[in-house]
Ligand binder design. Sequence first.
Ligand code: PBG
Length: 333
Amino acid sequence: MPKFLGEFPSVRMRRNRRFNWLRRIVEENHLTINDLILPIFVKDGMNIKEPINSMPNVHKYSLDRVTEHINEAYSLGVPAIVIFPEINPKLKTKEAHEAINPDNLICKSIRHIVSNFPDLGIICDVALDPFNSDGHDGLLLDNYVVNDSTVEILCQQALVQAEAGCNIIAPSDMMDGRVAEIRKALDSKGYIDVGIMSYTAKFASAFYGPFRDAIGTSQILKGDKRTYQINPANINETMRQVAQNVAEGSDILMVKPGLPYLDVLSKIKEEFRMPTIAYQVSGEYAMLKGAIQNGWLDNDKAIMESLIAFKRAGADGILTYLAIEACNILNKN
Ligand code: PBG
């Protein structure tokens, strides 16, 4: 911490805040379009653009319609997207077999997007929840999510996604040892350049609610995810988890949710100096938009303030449902 040099009245902090040009010069952190990653929701069918109740203005798209949506982000310069599938309930089983079907919705989406946007980054979750009839990220045995057999299927899931053309695999399941195993699996099949962005500091959070509505897991989820996601009260445990993920070969770390966990983000960045991404999750989006729709917050200002907070805390990039809107605001100003 630099020493406080001087006292009022010779030092007046407001001097540097006086003019717009000066405020621009002394601005310490900057949000650019390069920082923004857009999550998108896909579903089977044709000509679908379906609203999500708890996420105003966010939609699920069938593949024929998703192109127009991605094109908006792509032409604004958004560097990458993350694809989340809403799987037909009939395809969900206890073994989550659909997760490793090379022709499942996620793989079809990857191929479709690669062929339309060859230089757009494609990131995909690896976790079983969209495919699992229990709504959990892993396989359930006697009401407990089992680790090692889940990791085996996650490796296969990573492989079908890499094979379809996914650039970065993002394990969001929080099983132990999955980063190392997925790295091994990818390397063994020659996918040495497919990266791993692990959801490293992923907390058992209430803020995933709207996302679970969107992909249809809210209604089927048995219990909660506290036996694998981190307790929101724990920072020491989080730092150990991150250290382990780094050692196992994560290329990029992720902190999730975002705004309620800025302390975690800043600590991780400071300690590990790794590329670190914040995920402004569905519930954060819902909070902002809920208040905005009521006229209680100013849309553009609240959005930009929420995003610059991530940069200030040390995020290299931000996964946010506001990516397109933020680009438009940046371009306006
Ligand atoms: C599932 C997954 C979740 C999110 C991303 N991947 C939900 C969960 O863990 O229950 C949440 C994203 C959001 O809320 O925007 N593995």
